[in-house]
Design a protein around this ligand. Structure first.
Ligand SMILES: [Zn+2]
Length: 444
């Protein structure tokens, strides 16, 4: 710039002058900034460019704030996130086993064993899937300090080494938000394909057909063109979908019949009149009574470590070979072998129920199989870490273990008085939502 800056600035409009001044202040600040690293050099080379740009390009009325921001970003690039050398992230690949992941990261099989011990009451590590990630933290000796399992945005599990060298676990749950949408369709051909076209997934289609199966035969009684409406909620934590969904309400118009199902807060489905749509659960998944050798106890202290080590189920003193029955209708979602829980089965039931059967000697079902209430699914045993043969039975409602002996299980009875009004209010609201969606669909 040929002319001295000061004389120039007096001839400039106010805005320009202010900008020029602030640029000057900014550059002086940076020049004398007590820093060790990057910004200095790019700044020195950028200075003339910036100053000349302020003459030619600046429009006083618009855009200059953005321009300032851009320059600021050029001068002070966003600091790179600090890299914590003690942390290692690993994304689960299909076919991975924890044992292989541990040896690849240089952790011992003994540490794996300790982690599996901590996982006994949670059983989170048996179903590692692509999309899950593990984050390992090491100490100065390169030994495992903690491991975090990321299942989805709403569910992480932290395994941490305690002072005694054993690992503890902590489940980090975030319920997030549920957003509902109405799916509508008509049945031509099979219900399965028609429901799929409307946007329902396999599990949801199974839920619909099993809820109505005592009232309609889907392969015989459905009239072509029968209409259905389904309100489904999807779970989000922040912007991220967790992949969990649930059916809140269903209406099916077939011939002159109207079938309805609505999910109540207690995790069970009822029709619009409040009658139960679920067959009763068995309180005990056995053909006859056996002594309870250890009761459900969320605050049980570990006999050796004195740490809280919850007993998430009820133990029945069954001799090896005792038939184990499915507590209710559902789909087998796990048949696994765990060093501490032994051979075990997990069943997903309708509504928000899951059951687990541990320490089995033999399993009689496979993953993905549909089972009926009272169906023989296994023979009890003494696999895993046990002091003697028994059946460890767990009941989960909304992904939390509850006492199977006292929990409010589906009993195929009408809706309980408690929460009855709230249920009918919710039903009225959902029916309105379905009607609106149907009108919209007809207009299109
Ligand atoms: Zn047990």
């Amino acid at each position: 710039m040929p002319q001295p800056l000061l004389t120039l600035t007096t001839r400039l409009p106010n805005t320009h002058r202010r900008i020029l001044l602030s640029l000057l202040v900014l550059s002086l600040m940076i020049l004398f900034w007590p820093t060790s690293s990057k910004p200095e050099k790019p700044l020195l080379t950028l200075m003339p460019v910036l100053l000349s740009a302020s003459w030619t390009q600046l429009e006083p009325e618009h855009g200059w704030q953005q321009q300032m921001q851009q320059w600021q970003l050029a001068l002070f690039p966003e600091p790179e996130p600090e890299v914590d050398e003690s942390l290692t992230h690993y994304a689960i690949q299909s076919g991975d086993s924890l044992s292989r992941i541990f040896s690849r990261h240089g952790f011992s099989q003994q540490q794996l064993h300790q982690i599996m011990a901590a996982d006994q009451s949670l059983l989170a590590l048996d179903v590692l899937r692509p999309g899950h990630t593990l984050t390992f933290q090491r100490d100065e000796q390169n030994e495992l300090l903690s491991m975090e399992l990321f299942i989805h945005a709403g569910n992480r599990v932290l395994f941490q080494r305690e002072a005694d060298g054993e690992f503890s676990y902590q489940e980090l749950l975030d319920e997030g938000e549920w957003y509902s949408q109405t799916l509508v369709g008509e049945i031509y051909g099979s219900f399965y394909l028609s429901a799929q076209r409307a946007g329902l997934n396999d599990a949801e289609i199974a839920t619909v057909s099993q809820l109505f199966r005592d009232r309609v035969n889907f392969s015989r009684d459905i009239q072509a063109g029968a209409r259905f409406q389904v309100i489904r909620s999807d779970n989000y934590v922040g912007e991220e979908a967790t992949g969990q969904s649930r059916i809140e309400g269903i209406r099916l118009f077939n011939r002159r019949q109207q079938l309805t199902a609505f999910l109540h807060d207690n995790g069970q489905y009822y029709d619009a009149e409040g009658n139960s749509l679920q067959r009763a659960f068995m309180r005990v998944p056995l053909q006859r009574e056996f002594r309870i050798s250890s009761a459900f106890n969320p605050r049980r202290l570990h006999p050796v470590t004195r740490r809280v080590s919850p007993h998430n189920g009820t133990d029945f003193a069954t001799p090896t070979g005792t038939p184990v029955l499915a507590a209710a209708d559902g789909v087998v979602i796990r048949v696994e072998n765990h060093p501490f829980a032994g051979r075990y089965i997990e069943i997903q039931h309708h509504g928000q129920y899951k059951t687990r059967y541990l320490h089995l000697d033999r399993t009689l079902v496979r993953n993905g199989q549909r089972v009926e209430r009272g169906q023989r699914i296994a023979l009890s045993g003494a696999t895993g870490r046990v002091t003697g043969p028994h059946l460890h039975y767990e009941l989960h409602v909304n992904n939390r273990p509850v006492n199977p002996m006292t929990a409010n299980i589906p009993l195929a009875q009408p809706i309980p008085d408690e929460g009855r009004d709230a249920f009918f209010e919710k039903v009225a609201f959902m029916i309105q939502q379905m009607d609106e969606e149907t009108l919209l669909a007809q207009k299109q």
